[in-house]
Design a binder for this molecule. Structure first.
Ligand code: AMP
Ligand code: MG
Length: 425
């Protein structure tokens, strides 16, 4: 069951230190987690189709994996209690257990069964001496003392997954390992949450679409493409509404169209102070929307709220600011809407290879290239011009250096936190 939708007023009333004119970056997440609700509709999919989807229910295993005790090595199975710390153990080979077919003979003291990796352990036997530790010829082998302990090289029934236990939990992403695990349980279909639908458009009179001829004072729309990439990587269903002209009629139509179809709406541009265009006015008219100045760089202006039942993320226009605010705020909120319960990946520590200037009182996200040093530790260097419009800095970077709100200047050699892109975007 979902919690009822809370008005922005109600969220703000409970939020400590809420100042929309100078909002601390780490307050944004708290606010957004109250604003959004996970989708609830489920669908049943085959394993291949379920890649990267969110599991809607716990998966209770119908079987144990492995389904029987089996050998972890090619070797000889025997009763481990016969091992002595001082004397070699001599064994006679009385049969062969192959993988895929149980061997049903009986084994006496002083006897063993040749066994292959994965083959069922014959009844009563608990230890396997690997081929390379079993000396001897033909039907007789011996195991030197001190090389092996009773129980070695036996895999236990259910040591991976036990029948009747939850093998996967609702809210988990079905990554490659989870797909394989489902298959190992013999499960062909799985209940997942429906995909999140996210509509996005770019605003601004100076924004050209790719294909249009260049015009003085105008720039090509890059945000549409970065947002497309970010959302697609996340596994969202995307609704691309293009560049919306800066007229009240066009903006109103775009917002209403988006709100009717999508769980979330992402716009870029038109939310900073002194904007000449109609974006902010239309957000205010159609929805319950807060306009923030966030104490951060790049970023700062952002609008959040709801239009109808859709959650609105009004991002700044600058291309790097779009990506940074998406990664820092929008992505975690969308994951919550997608029903994910997995915690965010941890920030990593890396040594800064250069001094970094930083004013306390705002959070900075600098583009960085993280490398592995010869001594095994991580180091990071910024990628040149950190201007919020310099998109090439994002292309070169493999992570963001997060300089926290209270943090001051960083000296070369100091440790800093980094948020890696790999596996994320
Ligand atoms: P704004 O937040 O609307 O003041 O925009 C800030 C800066 O970002 C301006 O220089 C805009 O030209 C630029 N910008 C806004 N939207 C886009 C876009 N979709 N693609 C590339 N640049 C943009
Ligand atoms: Mg603008």
């Amino acid at each position: 069951m979902n919690k009822p939708l809370k008005s922005l007023e109600a969220i703000v009333a409970e939020l400590e230190g809420y100042d929309p004119q100078a909002l601390q970056a780490d307050r944004v997440g708290e606010f957004l987690s109250q604003l959004v609700n996970p989708v609830t509709e489920q669908e049943t999919l085959g394993i291949f189709q379920a890649l990267d989807r969110t599991l809607a229910q716990d998966v209770i295993s119908p079987i144990s994996v492995p389904p029987h005790d089996n050998s972890a090595m090619d070797g000889y199975a025997f009763v481990g209690a016969q091992l002595s710390p001082s004397q070699a153990l001599h064994l006679r080979v009385v049969g062969t257990a192959l993988a895929g077919a149980a061997w049903h003979g009986t084994v006496q003291a002083g006897e063993c069964v040749k066994i292959m990796t994965g083959a069922v352990m014959p009844a009563g036997l608990d230890t396997v001496v690997p081929q390379e530790l079993a000396e001897g010829v033909g039907e007789h082998i011996h195991v030197a003392p001190g090389r092996l302990q009773a129980g070695d090289n036996r895999r236990h029934l259910g040591e991976d997954v036990k029948a009747g236990h939850a093998a996967l939990r609702r809210g988990e992403r079905l990554g490659p390992a989870a797909l394989g695990l489902l298959a190992s349980l013999g499960i062909a279909q799985v209940s997942v949450l429906r995909r999140l639908r996210v509509a996005y458009f770019s605003t601004g009179n100076e924004i050209l679409s790719v294909g249009e001829p260049p015009r003085e004072g105008a720039v090509y729309d890059s945000n549409r493409y970065t947002v497309f990439g970010l959302l697609t990587r996340l596994g969202c269903e995307v609704l691309d509404l293009g560049v919306v002209p800066d007229t009240p009629a066009a903006l109103e139509a775009a917002f209403l169209n988006a709100a009717q179809q999508a769980d979330a709406i992402i716009t870029s541009g038109g939310v900073s102070v002194g904007e000449a265009d109609y974006t902010k006015a239309m957000m205010k008219k159609l929805g319950d929307v807060a306009f923030w100045k966030i104490a951060m760089r790049p970023g700062r202006p952002m609008a959040v709220g709801r239009i109808g039942r859709s959650v609105l993320f009004g991002l700044p226009g600058n291309p790097v600011a779009v990506m940074v605010t998406f990664l820092a705020f929008v992505r975690p909120a969308l994951l919550q809407m997608m029903g994910r319960t997995s915690p965010a990946p941890p920030l990593l520590k890396a040594r800064s290879l250069e001094p970094l200037r930083k004013k306390p009182g705002r959070t900075e996200y600098q583009r960085g290239t993280v490398t592995l040093q010869a001594n095994g530790s991580l180091a990071v260097r910024t990628t040149g011009n950190q201007g919020s419009g310099v998109l090439s800095s994002m292309v070169q970077a493999n992570g963001l250096i997060v300089l926290h709100h209270q943090q001051g200047d960083v000296a070369a050699g100091d440790e800093v936190d980094v948020m890696m892109f790999d596996g994320v975007i």
